[in-house]
Design a protein around this ligand. Structure first.
Ligand code: DC
Length: 219
């Protein structure tokens, strides 16, 4: 059986930064499941479909072939054969991903892909429903969170460093809306699995969180 670490938590808690670093240190593959939902959202945006039009999204999601490949240890998301990594990290795509991810048909398709990947790969997988739904038997489960203001500040600093003008209040509002949607949807909402360890990163440095995670894995 493959060794699997499940990491869940709200947007901006530091899941991908931490999971990537732990993957490197422990020689695991990092699987970013949010990128798969983002690729599905990108497909809908490109097709001119409103993500709130559930019937249309369900109909069209059949036409989105999403697969994952690894190049030099980096996850590449292929949307109908095209490497779409460069288009996935915008706020527009992130918000649309949160909207399409409430649809059970979309989740079913992507969860199947995630389960298949983890079955034969030693990996650390991050998302919203990994410990509760995708990998209920993961050897280690971590729920990573941080205060919503701290998460907004981190996102703001990231965008400013990239030279992108933004408004912190706007980002905070977006984070709160996304949290609400992710936590209150009917299909696999974001919640801490009963056997997951809670790690609040509000007052921890990245290195401190990595250290704690590795200690939990070696426990
Ligand atoms: O982690 P992220 O910001 O890249 O995820 C984008 C959206 O995708 C997020 O708002 C909720 C959804 N998502 C999900 O529902 N389940 C997952 N396993 C991963 C992401």
């Amino acid at each position: 059986m493959a060794f699997n670490i499940a990491v869940d938590g709200p947007a901006g808690a530091g899941k991908s930064t931490i999971a990537k670093a732990v993957a490197k240190k422990m020689n695991l593959v990092y699987v970013d499941t949010g990128a798969m939902y983002r690729a599905m959202a990108l497909f809908m945006i490109r097709e001119g479909i409103s993500v709130s039009d559930t019937a249309k999204v369900i109909e069209k999601c059949e036409l989105a072939d999403i697969t994952i490949r690894y190049e030099d240890g980096v996850q590449v998301v292929l949307l109908n054969g095209e490497n779409v990594n460069a288009y996935l990290r915008t706020e527009e795509v992130g918000n649309a991903a949160s909207a399409v991810s409430v649809i059970p048909e979309v989740r079913k398709k992507l969860v199947e892909l995630q389960k298949a990947l983890a079955a034969n790969t030693d990996c650390i997988m991050d998302g919203r429903d990994i410990g509760t739904c995708v990998l209920p038997n993961a050897q280690v489960k971590i729920y990573l969170t941080a205060d919503s203001y701290v998460r907004a500040q981190r996102r703001y600093d990231e965008l400013v460093a990239k030279g992108i003008a933004c408004d912190i209040e706007e980002i905070h509002k977006d984070i709160q809306e996304r949290d609400y949607r992710d936590m209150h949807r009917a299909a696999s909402p974001l919640r801490q699995a009963e056997d997951a360890v809670l790690l609040d990163t509000s007052n921890l440095s990245i290195d401190e969180v990595i250290e704690k995670m590795i200690a939990l894995c070696e426990h």
